[in-house]
Design a protein around this ligand. Structure first.
Ligand code: FES
Length: 343
């Protein structure tokens, strides 16, 4: 995928609202409705930091089905260049380049005719796409019920806690929120999942499960739900950080990485992913999240050997066909030849 194949729209920041001490919700002015999308979709935001363009994927925290203007909720991460820029330096009236919303794997298909029970497990900023869906389900699916297990370090870290309380009181019996605080030693682990599900039996035949949090929580909850027999099409897991991997092979320092269809090449410094070796922002490859999540940086491995990292966005079939995510894959051989893939 080439950078020029994606269009970004310059949108004014209409509003910046602090939601915790280190997180803000940024609402964009989108009079022509160019962003679109549905609850649970994400957008790619292009931000200039110190003269260089950086792209990141953010879940919509707004609910397009309710005609809300597009909004993202950004939590400042200590090493996060873009998140720190948006939380600390962005101002209302600034213009930011935003691409139209993209469907990931976190779309429940909100529709007025549906009647279902949704169990949602969220922690930290993972609440953003979950609250987007909860708002839409409560407003538009009158027969549906949502149970949310929401984890944070402390109550002061809890994004959307106030809105969730309001939604629960505005929709009696249709939203129940249980809170856990890791600062008190509470965790969303197997036992917490079991207690949560047992105490809230489903009230419909159609039951859905949503999971969005840090990698460890996602893994734990997904494994438990799968062991309980949850069908694939009812279990949606949204990932926004790659997990740490122990025992990864040592990358080849100084490998030549070539993108053959663009006649472009670069050299990998120690620990570089393929995308960095190709020049990062100046690479002909398009990219966004740099976390193996959005799938935009995919390329075909033509020759050479790579450590694929954790390519969340690739299916097993794609991995078997030699597709790699250049933002997480690292070279293991002296030369790696890639070919870009169509959108
Ligand atoms: S940039 Fe998102 S998967 Fe590589």
């Amino acid at each position: 995928m080439s950078p020029e194949t994606r269009t970004a729209h310059p949108l004014y920041i209409a509003r910046i609202r602090p939601v915790t001490v280190d997180a803000v919700t940024i609402t964009f002015d989108d009079p022509d409705r160019v962003i679109g999308g549905s609850a649970g979709w994400y957008v790619i935001v292009r931000v200039m930091v110190e003269g260089e363009e950086h792209r990141r994927a953010f879940s919509l925290s707004s609910t397009p089905e309710l005609a809300q203007p597009p909004a993202i909720t950004v939590k400042r991460h200590p090493g996060g260049l873009v998140s720190r820029h948006l939380v600390e330096r962005a101002r209302e009236g600034d213009v930011v380049e935003v691409e139209p919303a993209v469907a990931g794997g976190f779309d429940v298909g909100i529709s007025t005719g549906r009647r279902r029970t949704l169990y949602a497990f969220a922690a930290g900023s993972g609440i953003a796409p979950v609250v987007s869906i909860i708002r839409g389900v409560l407003a538009l699916e009158e027969g549906s019920v949502v149970h949310l297990l929401y984890g944070n370090r402390t109550s002061g870290d809890s994004i959307f806690a106030g809105e969730l309380a309001t939604l629960a009181s505005d929709h009696p019996g249709r939203l129940r929120v249980s809170r856990l605080f890791s600062g008190r030693g509470e965790r969303i682990d197997h036992r917490a999942v079991d207690r949560f599900l047992t105490s809230r039996p489903p009230t419909t035949a159609d039951v859905w499960y949503l999971v969005c949090g840090p990698p460890g929580m996602n893994r734990t909850v997904e494994a438990r739900l799968r062991s309980l027999g949850t069908p694939d099409d009812r279990l949606l897991v949204e990932r926004y950080q790659p997990p740490h991997r122990d025992g990864a092979p040592t990358p080849y320092d100084g490998a030549l990485v070539r993108l053959e269809d663009h006649d472009h090449e670069g050299t990998a410094a120690a620990g570089d992913v393929l995308l960095d070796a190709l020049g990062g922002p100046s690479s002909p490859l398009y990219y966004a999240c740099r976390s193996g999540v959005c799938g935009t940086c995919r390329a075909l491995l033509v020759t050479g050997d790579v450590d694929p990292g954790v390519p969340f966005a690739l299916s097993e079939a794609e991995q078997g066909a030699g597709v790699v995510l250049t933002c997480v894959a690292r070279p293991l051989s002296a030369e790696v030849v890639l070919r870009s893939l169509p959108d």
